[in-house]
Design a protein around this ligand. Structure first.
Ligand SMILES: NC(=O)c1ccc[n+]([C@@H]2O[C@H](COP(=O)([O-])OP(=O)(O)OC[C@H]3O[C@@H](n4cnc5c(N)ncnc54)[C@H](OP(=O)(O)O)[C@@H]3O)[C@@H](O)[C@H]2O)c1
Length: 343
């Protein structure tokens, strides 16, 4: 099969479109014929070699696919009767999604409703599960609560905005200058251009007593500023560290060390005194909680059917143009999700 292989850690140019052996589904696995791949920010960090647990090159990166079940190992079939060959699915794959085929544990393969096209489907699992799990499982947000989402025009950001609208939350969102009109269009109540104003001051101006949740994937000093947006009962969701990635997509020890040095330490007694929580969310580390993810994804597909959520696809490129997809995201040009298609 053909796949995008990272031959060495580095900028997008390290990708090589190569012929590699087809994966063989092991016991408990399902072989999926990939039709679309969702590009996630974590894929960029994998390619750069700064995502925790990334294999040594050469490796195939990528987390999520939409496609068709091609083969099910004989030991898997009785436990997963809905995953017969021909079934339309989405799957969470660790480090192997940028390929024509991928073998995935059956508990991370989910049936896809017939009315969801593959390109849209590939934009759903990681973004919407991260948003849903953070906001409603861990965050217990209630109608009327106020939430700030960073990168509100990106993949996770748009998912958060749509879920927040569906649950009648008040939405604060940051993004670059060129994306401010888009934030208004999708229903962000308080769009903020972080290149022009300090988001913490902007939040406090509108909500002097602080808000109920901030979702922060930026890291470094941003965690401290986000925390200072919270009022009593506030929750900071820590779910990324984009600050470690430079615009050129190269590894920078200096950038990573600086961001780490600027990361605040949260003392438990301060959390108690301020009545706030810090919540960590990492979709890649949910071993043993797959049934929870399945229930959450079923609810997300119900919301899709009801017209409450719908991924925004910012760019669609063929698999072999993965380097272009990564350059586009490094340059912060993406509004919505970038999807790679496989014919
Ligand atoms: N923990 C989890 O399970 C989990 C799951 C999914 C995603 N995440 C994290 O959530 C964040 C968003 O992921 P995504 O896939 O939805 O990406 P995305 O938001 O669609 O794309 C990246 C956007 O992030 C903003 N950004 C901020 N710092 C950046 C930097 N140093 N380099 C490039 N862009 C930067 C840019 O938008 P603006 O300039 O407009 O802000 C850019 O357009 C990432 O940090 C990712 O690692 C975590």
């Amino acid at each position: 099969m053909r796949a995008m292989v990272v031959r060495r850690y580095g900028p997008p140019e390290v990708f090589e479109y190569s012929e590699v052996p087809d994966p063989q589904p092991a016991a408990g696995q399902v072989l999926v014929r990939v039709r679309a791949v969702g590009v996630n920010f974590a894929d960029l960090l994998q390619r750069m070699g700064i995502y925790p647990g990334t294999p040594k090159p050469p490796f195939i990166p990528g987390f999520e696919v939409a496609g068709i079940v091609e083969q099910v190992s004989s030991s898997t079939q009785p436990a997963a009767p809905d995953l017969a060959p021909g079934a339309r699915v989405v799957a969470l794959a660790m480090f192997s999604a940028y390929a024509e085929r991928v073998a995935v544990p059956a508990h991370l393969v989910f049936r896809l409703p017939d009315d969801v096209p593959f390109a849209e489907a590939a934009a759903i699992p990681v973004n919407y599960l991260t948003a849903y799990h953070s906001m409603f499982q861990m965050g217990n947000l209630q109608p009327g609560d106020r939430i700030l989402i960073h990168g509100a025009a990106g993949g996770v950001g748009i998912a958060v905005v749509q879920l927040a609208r569906a649950r009648q939350l008040e939405i604060f969102g940051t993004a670059g200058s060129s994306k401010q009109d888009f934030l208004r269009q999708i229903g962000v109540d308080h769009p903020m251009d972080y290149t022009r104003e300090d988001f913490q001051q902007a939040v406090r101006r509108i909500a002097p007593d602080g808000i109920e949740m901030v979702m922060d994937p930026i890291g470094g000093k941003s965690f401290a500023k986000s925390c200072d947006c919270l009022g009593p009962t506030g929750r900071l969701v820590v779910y990324g560290f984009s600050a470690a990635a430079g615009p050129e997509g190269k590894r920078s020890l200096w950038r990573g060390v600086k961001a780490l040095a600027q990361t605040p330490r949260f003392h438990p007694l301060v959390l108690m005194r301020r009545n706030i929580s810090v919540i960590g969310v990492n979709l890649g580390r949910m071993k043993g909680r797959e049934a929870l993810l399945r229930r959450q994804l079923e609810e997300i597909f119900r919301m899709y059917a009801a017209g409450q959520v719908k991924p925004v696809i910012g760019k669609t490129l063929p698999l072999e143009q993965a380097a272009e997809a990564h350059r586009y995201i490094h340059a912060r040009q993406n509004i919505g999700k970038v999807v790679l298609t496989v014919v």
